[in-house]
Ligand binder design. Sequence first.
Ligand code: FMN
Length: 193
Amino acid sequence: MEFMEFLKTKRTYRRFDQSRPVPRRVVDDMMEAARLASSAGNKQPLRYAAVCSAELVEQIFPFTYWAAALTDAVGRPKEGSHPVMYWAVLCEKEAKSFGTGVDAGLAMDNIIAAAWHHGVGSCMMGNIDREQIGRILSVDPSLEILYMIAFGYPAHTSTVVEPDASGSLTYYMDERENFYVPKRKVPDFIQLL
Ligand SMILES: Cc1cc2nc3c(=O)[nH]c(=O)nc-3n(C[C@H](O)[C@H](O)[C@H](O)COP(=O)(O)O)c2cc1C
């Protein structure tokens, strides 16, 4: 896929083919992508749990909250379209610094890009119940859960559109559960000097 087309389609996906697990070779690429991510001072404070076990994925699912713009009830994937893998992005509490949030963003985008290269879509998730997920995954008390990322082969499309006349940036879904994501036009937010 051409690079700009890759970026255009590397969107948030919230419905997946639940019958299709992520193959091990894709997981291997995602793990290597996490390893290669830039890190402030190269301190590498992040840790991960790549959760492929269907049982654990289903236990985590109720504690992840979907598509706040639509309400969780509408945005939440239905039975048969749940994610098939989660990644927990963890941080060593002792090593947390001003750079940790950027480290997490860069690492998540690397992992998401490695997955999307193989057609595996994702949803980055900050709206999660960290306490419950920590319990399910037996996360060590020295670690903090920063984010979860849900993965699976997408069962819908997501299209970048221009904001409507009102300028609203709220994403929306059509009756077939395809998503539309308004992005500002370049001259509206980038000054070329
Ligand atoms: C830091 C961060 C946290 C997010 N948390 C959630 C979340 O908890 N639940 C969810 O459904 N989407 C979540 N998203 C996805 C955003 O809603 C999504 O990126 C946004 O609607 C734009 O869509 P796009 O990623 O296709 O450009 C999160 C995205 C980011 C960057």
